[in-house]
Design a protein around this ligand. Structure first.
Ligand code: NAD
Ligand code: ZN
Ligand code: ZN
Length: 362
């Protein structure tokens, strides 16, 4: 075997349009796997990287919401083998950090990525987005970042579990612990919020309220299982949720926007002793002020949800099976499939709210 040279989407400097460049992908070393990427969704976080909002480790190899086939593995790899159809994840479980030792591996605090670096043709080291870098024909990951799933699922659909869709599903199912007969409200009906709606439906919620400022998103929310929708530009969202829940508020409220105003609305839209889940990622400058007596007096829990508190090895195969059984409409998140050259344009569409997901197909 030898290092592979492939095409990949690279952010060379802060704010500059992304470019397709040659990328050198090393032979997998111990514990590593090289994966032939078949599809990779365009996520907001890719745009955050190229805007310099994550860190300054340019150049970045973007893309992290992907499915593909294991091409080769290095020594000591037991998780996957060449030919396996896999979904990539950015929170592989290490098994040894303090979260893992406490039996809470979905909080795993370790960073568990490939140790070798992918580079540009001139040898410049690339920083792969979220330790993955999958807007490329091949990528190198830690073997634990690749989870084998049923190959009957199309890659453009399966790959979505790698980030936002998993975060939304898990925000409802795991962090919010939605159960049968619960009422659920979801602020923000983009990819993550609609996944939270789909997760609430899977978990048996009987009232599911989708809230957004864009009617197009609310139509999508209905397709994913919202029983009611509220356009919070036209109607007070808290009053709207109360009116649909016998004046009580919802048992679980998911904030999939992550702005101070939506978090406050979410906080007051839940029933006493209900749960608020923050899955939207706030801008580091934002703050909120709440009467402390309300935090106490309303009881319950306010939680944040990292990657939906998922365990890829448990959840990816299970969710793909539910999809193949027709119980989870993952294909509805794919608004369009595009080529590797179209990522920059997909960022613009995302910014304008025209898509749930654009997915690069190889
Ligand atoms: N926690 C995690 O692990 C995780 C993983 C992936 C993404 N995210 C985050 O989730 C958030 C949502 O991601 P997405 O891909 O769904 O984005 P998106 O842009 O597709 O969706 C956001 C939605 O919020 C709506 N919105 C904006 N302002 C609003 C307001 N004031 N009230 C109600 N709705 C409003 C928009 O119209 C849009 O439909 C982002 O912050 C993203 O970074 C978190
Ligand atoms: Zn760990
Ligand atoms: Zn993402």
């Amino acid at each position: 075997m030898a290092a592979a040279t492939v095409k990949g989407v690279v952010a060379l400097e802060k704010g500059a349009p992304v470019e397709v460049r040659e990328v050198v992908v090393p032979d997998p070393g111990p514990g590593e796997a090289r994966v032939t990427v078949q599809a990779c969704g365009v996520c907001h976080t890719d745009l955050h990287y190229r805007e310099g909002a994550i860190n300054d480790d340019f150049p970045f190899l973007l893309g992290h919401e992907a499915a593909g086939v294991v091409e080769s593995v290095g020594p000591d790899v037991t998780e996957v083998a060449p030919g396996d159809f896999v979904v990539l994840n950015w929170r592989a479980v290490c098994g040894t950090c303090r979260a893992c030792r406490r039996g809470r591996p979905w909080y795993c605090f370790a960073t568990f990525n490939a140790t070798q670096k992918m580079t540009l043709a001139d040898g410049t080291e690339l920083s792969p987005a979220l330790g993955i870098g999958a807007f490329a024909e091949q990528t190198l990951v830690a073997a634990g970042q690749a989870t084998k799933v049923n190959p009957a699922a199309p890659p453009e659909t399966a790959g979505l579990l790698g980030c936002g869709v998993m975060a939304g599903l898990g925000a409802a199912m795991y962090t919010g612990e939605v159960g049968r007969g619960d009422s659920v409200a979801v602020f923000g009906c983009g990819g993550v919020g609609n996944a939270a709606i789909a997760g609430a439906r899977l978990a048996g919620a009987s009232t599911i309220i989708g809230i957004d400022v864009d009617d197009r998103k609310l139509e999508w929310a209905t397709e994913f299982g919202a029983t009611h929708t509220i356009n919070s530009r036209n109607q007070d969202a808290v009053e709207g949720v109360q009116a649909l829940t016998d004046a009580n508020g919802a048992n679980v409220v998911v904030d999939a926007v992550g702005r101070p105003e939506t978090f406050k609305q979410a906080f007051y839209a839940r029933d006493l002793a209900g749960t608020v889940v923050l899955v939207g990622v706030p801008n580091p400058q934002w703050t909120i002020e709440l009467p402390l007596i309300d935090v106490f007096g309303r009881g319950g829990a306010t939680k944040s949800s990292w990657y939906g508190d998922c365990l890829p090895s448990r959840d990816f195969p299970m969710l793909i099976d539910l999809y193949l059984q027709g119980r989870l409409p993952l294909e509805k998140f794919v608004t369009e499939t595009i080529g590797l050259d179209d990522v920059e344009e997909a960022f613009h569409k995302m910014h304008k709210g025209e898509v749930l997901r654009s997915v690069v197909v190889f």
